[in-house]
Design a protein around this ligand. Structure first.
Ligand code: GTP
Ligand code: MG
Length: 215
C-alpha cells in the first residue's frame, strides 16, 4: 500500500484491532483454530502484562483477562480480529509456584503451538523493563529464531522507571540483541500498558505484520 502515512496506518490498525473478539481458549493442540490467515502471539513471563498489552492495543478494557494471580492463564487464548487475522495470548512462563505437572503441560502446549504454526507471522515478547531478558525470555527468543518468526520486544511497565533508566535499559537490550546476531528479526521498544507510552510504535509493528505490503 504505497503512500500510506504512519498516522493512516495507526488509525487503520487501531480500528481493526477494536473489532477483536474472543474466539476460544485451547488447552491442547487439537483445539487450535484452523491454521490459515495471519496470527500474532503475545509471549512473556507470568505477570509481565501480556493481557494488559492486548487490552490496550485493542482498546478493549477486558478482552484478555488481567490476572491478579500470576500464572493463572494456562491455556492459549485466541482472539479474532477478522476472518483472516488473529491475536493470541500465550500462557506466561517462569512462575515459580506452578507445580511440575502444570509446567510439563505448558511445555507440551507451547511446543505444539510453536512447532508448526504456519499462520504465525510475529511474536510480541513482553518483558518487564525492570528485569528484561531473563533466561526464559532468551529461550523464547531462541524459539522464535528457530521457527523463523520475527519477534518484537515490549519492555513493559516502563512507567516504573525514570527517563534515564528507560534509555539505559533500551540501549542495553539493543546491545545484547546485536551481540546475539538477530537484530534483523528482533526489535525492541519501551512500553507501558498503564500510561500508554509506546502504544503507537507497537501499533505500527502490528500493522506491518498483519496489514503491511507483503500481506
Ligand atoms: N505499573 C504497571 N503495571 C502493569 C503494566 N502492565 C500490567 N501491569 C500489571 O501487572 C499485573 C499483571 O498483568 P497481566 O496483564 O495480567 O499479566 P500477564 O502477563 O497477562 O499475566 P499471566 O496471564 O498470569 O501470565 C496486573 O496487576 C497489571 O495491572 C504496566 O505497564 N505498568
Ligand atoms: Mg495473561
Amino acid at each position: 500500500m504505497a503512500g500510506v502515512t504512519q498516522a493512516e496506518s495507526i488509525a487503520a490498525v487501531r480500528r481493526s484491532l477494536q473489532q477483536s473478539r474472543f474466539m476460544l481458549g485451547a488447552a491442547a493442540a487439537k483445539q487450535f483454530p484452523a491454521d490459515s490467515g495471519l496470527e500474532i502471539a503475545f509471549a512473556g513471563r507470568s505477570n509481565v502484562g501480556k493481557s494488559s498489552a492486548i487490552n490496550l492495543l485493542t482498546s478493549q478494557g477486558s478482552l484478555a483477562r488481567v490476572s491478579k494471580t500470576p500464572g493463572r492463564t494456562q491455556q492459549i487464548n485466541f482472539f479474532a480480529i477478522d476472518d483472516q487475522r488473529r491475536l493470541v495470548d500465550l500462557p506466561g512462563y517462569g512462575f515459580a509456584k506452578v507445580p511440575p505437572s502444570v509446567q510439563a503441560e505448558w511445555k507440551k502446549l507451547m511446543g505444539a503451538y510453536f512447532e508448526n504454526r504456519q499462520s504465525l507471522v510475529g511474536v510480541v515478547v513482553v518483558m518487564d523493563a525492570r528485569r528484561p531478558l531473563t533466561e526464559l525470555d532468551t529461550i523464547m527468543l531462541d524459539w522464535c529464531s528457530q521457527a523463523g518468526v520475527a519477534a518484537h520486544i515490549l519492555l513493559n511497565k516502563a512507567d516504573k522507571l525514570g527517563r534515564s533508566e528507560q534509555s539505559a535499559t533500551l540501549a542495553n537490550v539493543q546491545r545484547t540483541l546485536k551481540a546475539r546476531g538477530d537484530v534483523a528479526t528482533i526489535d525492541v521498544q519501551l512500553f507501558s500498558a498503564h500510561n500508554c507510552s509506546g502504544l503507537e510504535q507497537a501499533w505500527l509493528k502490528i500493522y506491518d505484520w498483519l496489514f503491511g505490503e507483503l500481506n
